[in-house]
Design a protein. Structure first.
Length: 690
């Protein structure tokens, strides 16, 4: 048996095991399913956090310590080292940070360009677009590049890589086990939360983060229970190997809120935290925009950013690396008073700039951790200024520092409760939550009013998510089975077909892509002409097939098909038992199935004595309803818009939908108003008939 035969046999065995496991998941109860999936994701989250922590520790020791002659202070949970003070080779610091940025850029842009930046947005985007889209290659690249970037002194957080490791594993499960779109989204979401919760030692906050990270003003309740399972498993694995203590020790465990006047100072921290959070987000994405316009290689941009950060560090070494050790010092009265006042006042702004230069130029690392450092020193600055002159200021700066962390990043991440709990767990300071609510609430209101967020992939609410909009606006889709609406595939390609022949057959069939099957007819993935464009003409297409291409089970309904359908291709492969291709479902198939169900619903309504007519009209360029929301009574009373077809897209007839010229509108309308609706939409009538 040749090596190729052995690899083929192993791949076949893995696919068979994945298929069997996927069948079990589909038929398992909710509790069994998420006990198994949550435990698996949690184990990977914990191990991934351990691996990245060790890699980052070694990189920091080698790059900053040995080469740069500088050892930064550590948080209590990382050992509590005081650091080396000044660098013994200050001239080397800019060089080390620059080379670290260059190495990160080379690794990222050579092997997985999607791993650039902070990574959390990519995971959030996977929740909304396609939970199967995160490549394992990107996860490994993120881990290595981030360890080098932060270890060399780049300003970044360690939560981004750990979140992407566990979210990537959730994405892998979605592909391998053929999870439903809903379960796939939950798997990626709990991966994000458990990864961050594990590396920060904050399992409860991580579980709540899984439910809140995808939206600015909403919560994914389906992720809460799986998130609890996943986070506690991840934290247990991480703690068993590296210790269970809080990251910053028990910084304010003795604090008791017993003076109402303190609420005034916490309110000041909240206002400043919200404003500083806004500055953080705008500076970061402003740097991203400027970096995109700089006319040089993408690989060089993180190096340029690193060089500038290294030059800043000659004056302010506190901007280097994660900065958690400096937060640890600021929690202690003596430690904070030992830091010059000008450094405390300038550090929040300097850390914003350093993080923007390190990560916003294409470097790899998280933005959660720096956000907490920025917030911590915002609170520390307030304490330093008020402590000598104001009444009711605590003797220890810890309460102000902790609340600053909560207010600043909790608001700009649009996850106030989750971040409050995470910071409380990281500092062993649950008693601080009472006054913190004032600060975090004010900060969140300031940020919410602006509409800003540090995670640009977040959507406003679940209603803004494409899948949720479709299900809310087109409820009849849930009654139509995929098997009723699907079409026979016009082309199915064998995995052994060479690239040149596949391109010819795709062109002749006139299809945007086709499913690929193995020798036994089982689904391997899907290919499109763009997937094959740069491949060797004689190569087999099996290696180019996208194994993570979304699919839908033949027993599913059309609402599930639309959830899984990617925006860019607008078609899905329908699979039956043993992952065999049954058909294709596309946007026209969905529209046809929906119209069929609307007509059936009309007949059911008429049988009980209520007469309605199904009307399809195309909006003209001079129609008076164009640009109006359906909630603004764009159509006569008694009319119900069930769908709007705009090109290849099918939009729900929700209150927020605005009609455009060329839209094909499907309306349920009383017969006596049918003609007036037609004339109104087609532009032949004024509003007078309404």
């Amino acid at each position: 048996m040749t090596a190729g035969d052995r690899r083929l046999l192993a791949a076949t065995g893995l696919r068979s095991a994945g298929t069997a496991a996927g069948r079990w998941v589909k038929h398992a109860s909710y509790l069994k399913k998420w006990l198994v999936l949550g435990t698996a994701i949690g184990i990977i989250a914990g191990l991934g956090a351990v691996v990245f922590y060790l890699a980052l520790s070694e990189a920091t020791h080698l790059l900053l310590g040995v080469l740069g002659g500088y050892t930064p202070p550590e948080a209590a949970g990382d050992g509590g080292g005081a650091g080396s003070g000044d660098s013994t080779r200050p001239w080397a610091i800019p060089i080390v940070v620059c080379l670290g940025g260059m190495a990160s850029g080379v690794i990222v842009f050579t092997f997985a360009p999607e791993a650039q930046g902070h990574g959390t947005d990519a995971a959030i985007e996977a929740i909304h677009r396609n939970p199967r889209m995160i490549r394992m290659r990107a996860v490994l690249v993120k881990l290595v590049a981030s360890a080098i970037m932060i270890g060399s002194g780049g300003s970044g957080g360690r939560e981004g890589p750990t979140a992407q490791i566990s979210a990537g594993f959730g994405s892998l499960l979605a592909r391998t086990l053929d999870l439903s779109p809903k379960d796939g989204r939950v798997a990626v979401a709990v991966g994000i939360g458990s990864g961050i919760g594990a590396i920060f030692g904050a399992p409860l906050g991580g579980a709540l983060l899984a439910g809140s990270i995808a939206y600015k003003d909403d919560f994914e309740f389906d992720a809460v229970v799986p998130g609890l399972i996943t986070s506690i498993v991840g934290y247990t694995v991480y703690g068993s190997l590296l210790g269970f203590g809080p990251l910053f020790g028990y910084a304010a465990a003795d604090y008791r809120f017993d003076d109402p006047l303190q609420l005034v100072w916490f309110a000041v921290i909240g206002v400043l935290g919200g404003l500083v959070g806004l500055l953080y987000s705008k500076t970061f994405y402003g740097t991203v925009a400027v970096s995109d316009r700089v006319p040089c290689s993408r690989i060089l941009k993180p190096a340029i950013g690193g060089l500038l950060v290294g030059l800043m560090a000659l004056v302010l070494p506190e901007v280097l690396g994660s900065g958690y050790g400096w937060v640890q010092q600021s929690l202690d009265r003596a430690g904070l008073l030992a830091i010059p006042l000008w450094v405390v006042l300038v550090l929040p702004l300097a850390k914003i700039l350093a993080t923007s230069l390190s990560i916003g130029t294409g470097g790899s690392g998280g933005i959660f951790g720096p956000g907490m450092v920025i917030g911590a020193f915002t609170g520390a600055a307030v304490w330093r200024l008020l402590e000598p002159i104001a009444p009711a200021v605590p003797d220890s700066p810890a309460p102000f520092v902790i609340v600053g962390m909560m207010a600043c990043f909790g608001s700009i991440a649009r996850a106030p409760i989750a971040v409050m709990l995470m910071v409380a767990e990281m500092t062993g300071s649950l008693t601080i939550l009472t006054p913190a609510m004032v600060a975090v609430g004010l900060a969140y209101l300031i940020v919410r009013r602006s509409g800003e967020t540090i995670y640009r992939a977040q959507l406003g609410t679940r209603e803004d998510a494409r899948a949720a909009r479709l299900m809310a606006g087109m409820p009849l889709l849930g009654r139509v089975g995929v098997g009723e609406a699907m079409s026979p595939p016009r082309l199915v390609l064998d995995g052994g077909t060479d690239v040149a022949d596949a391109l010819v057959r795709l062109r002749e069939a006139g299809v945007p892509g086709a499913p690929v099957v193995d020798g036994e007819g089982r689904f391997l993935g899907a290919v499109s002409p763009s997937d094959l464009a740069n491949a060797a003409p004689g190569a087999a297409i099996a290696r180019r097939a996208d194994a993570g291409a979304p699919t839908v089970d033949v027993t599913a309904n059309l609402d599930e098909a639309l959830e899984a359908m990617p925006d860019e291709s607008r078609w899905l492969t329908v699979l039956g038992g043993d992952r065999r291709v049954c058909g294709i479902v596309s946007v026209p198939d969905v529209v046809h199935g929906y119209r069929t169900e609307v007509l059936a619903e009309q007949r059911r309504v008429e049988r009980v004595g209520t007469h309605v007519e199904v009307l399809e009209v195309r909006a003209a360029a001079d129609s008076p309803v164009l640009g109006k929301r359906l909630a603004d009574r764009a159509l006569p009373a008694g009319s119900l818009v069930v769908s709007v077809r705009r090109g290849d897209a099918v939009l729900p007839g929700t209150a927020a939908t605005r009609l455009r010229a060329g839209d094909l509108v499907t309306v349920l309308v009383p017969p006596e108003r049918s003609e007036s609706v037609r004339l109104l939409v087609e532009g032949g009538s004024s509003d007078g008939d309404r």
